[in-house]
Design a protein around this ligand. Structure first.
Ligand code: UGA
Length: 431
C-alpha cells in the first residue's frame, strides 16, 4: 500500500516506520525542513528504543521516504494518515489548527479515491470537519476514517508492531476494508466502528488509565496512614481479571504529553455538551497533588529544605524517553528552588530537554547518578530508570551527607533497604 503520513512527531514517525516495516511504501511529511533533513540523514530526532535501526533498514530498502512536499506525497498515496499535534489551548481544549491546515493541503493534492485517516487524538466530530474541509476543495470520491493511536513512549515500536487492538472508525465498507487489510499483519483484534465512537475510544481509554493511576495513588496515601502496603494491595486487586494488574503502580502521578492533555480535553468536551465530568476532574486534581508528596516527605526528613542540597534522580516523565513534558520533576524542582534549596540532577536521557524547558542557577547538572548523591542531604528518585533501580544502595548511603532516600516510584524492596542505614520514604508502604 502507498501511505503518506502527515506529521513526523512521535506518533507519525513511529507509525510511518512501522508501516514500512510491514512492506508498505511510506512517505513521512513534515513542514520542518530541518527535521526532514535529520531524518533523511538516517537520524531519529527523539529517543525511542528500537526506532533508529528500523528507520535505517526501511529507508535503505527504499520503502521509507521523508519529504516536505505534501502535494507529491498525497498524490502518490492510497492512504493518508494525519498525525499532527493537537496541543492544549489555555482552556484545555485541543488546538485543531494543525489538523485543519493538514486537511486543506490534502484537499488541494487529491487526485482520485483515497482514505484520509486521523491518527492524532482529536475531539469527537473532528473527522467530520476534515471531511467537510476536503469536500470544499475536491469534488471526487474519498473517505475519512478515525484510526486512534495507543502506543506508549519508550515502548512505541513494540506497541505499534504488537498492539493489543486496532480501532478503526469508518464511514464506508471500502475504507474499513482497506484499513483492516493494512492492520491484519499487526493483530487480529480489530474493532471496526463508527467514526465518533472511535474518536471517543481514544479519550476514554486514556482517561480510564489516568483514573486507575489516581485511584491507586489515593489508596497509597491512605495506606501510609493505616500502615498497609500499596504494592501488596495492588497485587491483590490486580489478580481479579475484572480489575487487571496494570496501571496500578502508585507513585508521584502521571505526566507526559498525553494523559494530562487528554484528561483535560475530555473534561472540556463533556463541558461543551453541558456534562460535568466530576470523576475525571477529581482524577486531574489528585494527580496534581500527588507529586507534592515528595516535598512532604522531605519536610518530614529534614524539617525544611532552605539552603540544603537535594539530589534528584530522573527528570523524564517515565523511563526510556527523553520527554519531560508535564514531568512531575518540573514542578517538584521548581518548588524546591522556590523554597531555597539547591538541586543536583541527573537523568540518563532527559537532561537536554529538561534544561531547554527549565534552567536555574540553583541547579547542578550532574554527569552520573552517583554525582547526584555525593554530598546531598536527601536523594529523591522521580523516574524509575533501570540505572537507578539497580544502584548500589551502600554506595548511595556512603555518598549522601544525610542518608535520606525518597522513592517516588517504589522501586526498592524493603529487604534491600533493611540492609542499609538509609531513612527510606516510599509511596504508600510501611517502613
Ligand atoms: C499513554 C497511553 O498509555 C498510551 O496508550 C497512549 O497511546 C498515549 O498515552 C497517547 O495518548 O499518546 P504514555 O504517556 O507514553 O502513553 O506513557 P504511559 O506508559 O501510559 O505512562 C504515562 C504516565 O503514567 C507516566 O508518567 C507514568 O510514570 C505514569 N504511570 C503509569 C504511573 O504513575 N503508574 C502506572 O501504573 C502507570
Amino acid at each position: 500500500m502507498n501511505i503518506s503520513v502527515i506529521g513526523t512527531g512521535y506518533v507519525g514517525l513511529v507509525s510511518g516506520v512501522c508501516y514500512s516495516e510491514l512492506g508498505n511504501n511510506v512517505s513521512c511529511v513534515d513542514k520542518d525542513p530541518f527535521k526532514i533533513e535529520i531524518l533523511r540523514n538516517g537520524r531519529v530526532p527523539i529517543y525511542e528504543p528500537g526506532l533508529q535501526p528500523l528507520l535505517n533498514s526501511n529507508a535503505a530498502q527504499g520503502r521509507l521516504k521523508f519529504t516536505i512536499d505534501t502535494v507529491e506525497a498525497v498524490a502518490e498515496a492510497d492512504l493518508i494518515i494525519i498525525a499532527v499535534g493537537t496541543p492544549p489551548l489555555p482552556n484545555g481544549e485541543a488546538d485543531m489548527q494543525y489538523i485543519e491546515a493538514a486537511a486543506k493541503e490534502i484537499a488541494q493534492a487529491m487526485n482520485g479515491y483515497k482514505v484520509v485517516c486521523v491518527k492524532s487524538t482529536v475531539p469527537v466530530g473532528t473527522n467530520e470537519r476534515v471531511r467537510a474541509i476536503i469536500a470544499t476543495h475536491y469534488s471526487g470520491q474519498f473517505d475519512v476514517a478515525s484510526l486512534p493511536e495507543f502506543l506508549r513512549e519508550g515502548t512505541a515500536v513494540k506497541d505499534t508492531l504488537h498492539p493489543d487492538r486496532i480501532v478503526i472508525g469508518a464511514e464506508s465498507e471500502r475504507a474499513a476494508q482497506l484499513l483492516k487489510e493494512l492492520h491484519i499483519p499487526f493483530t487480529n483484534e480489530i474493532v471496526v466502528t463508527d467514526i465518533r465512537s472511535a474518536e471517543m475510544i481514544k479519550y476514554a481509554s486514556n482517561a480510564f488509565l489516568a483514573t486507575k493511576i489516581s485511584f491507586i495513588n489515593e489508596i497509597a496515601n491512605i495506606c501510609e496512614k493505616v500502615g498497609a502496603d500499596v504494592i501488596e494491595v495492588a497485587k491483590g486487586m490486580g489478580l481479579d481479571r475484572r480489575i487487571g494488574a496494570s496501571f496500578l503502580r502508585a507513585g508521584i502521578g502521571y505526566g507526559g504529553s498525553c494523559f494530562p492533555k487528554d484528561t483535560k480535553a475530555l473534561i472540556q468536551i463533556a463541558g461543551n455538551v453541558e456534562y460535568d465530568f466530576k470523576l475525571l476532574k477529581a482524577v486531574v486534581e489528585v494527580n496534581r497533588h500527588q507529586r507534592f508528596g515528595v516535598l512532604d516527605k522531605l519536610f518530614q526528613a529534614l524539617d525544611n529544605v532552605y539552603g540544603k542540597t537535594i539530589g534528584i534522580w530522573g527528570l523524564s516523565f517515565k523511563p526510556e524517553t527523553d520527554d519531560v513534558r508535564e514531568a512531575p520533576a518540573l514542578e517538584i524542582i521548581d518548588r524546591l528552588i522556590e523554597l531555597g534549596a539547591k538541586v543536583k540532577v541527573y537523568d540518563p536521557k532527559g537532561m537536554e530537554s529538561f534544561r531547554r524547558m527549565y534552567d536555574h542557577p540553583s541547579i547542578t547538572w550532574c554527569e552520573a547518578a552517583m554525582d547526584v548523591a555525593q554530598g546531598s542531604e536527601a536523594l529523591c528518585l522521580l523516574t524509575e530508570w533501570s540505572e537507578f533501580v539497580t544502584a548500589d544502595l551502600a554506595q548511595v548511603e556512603a555518598a549522601l551527607a544525610r542518608p535520606v532516600l525518597i522513592d517516588g516510584r517504589n522501586v526498592f524492596s524493603l529487604d534491600q533497604i533493611r540492609n542499609t542505614g538509609l531513612a527510606y520514604y516510599p509511596v504508600g508502604r510501611p517502613v
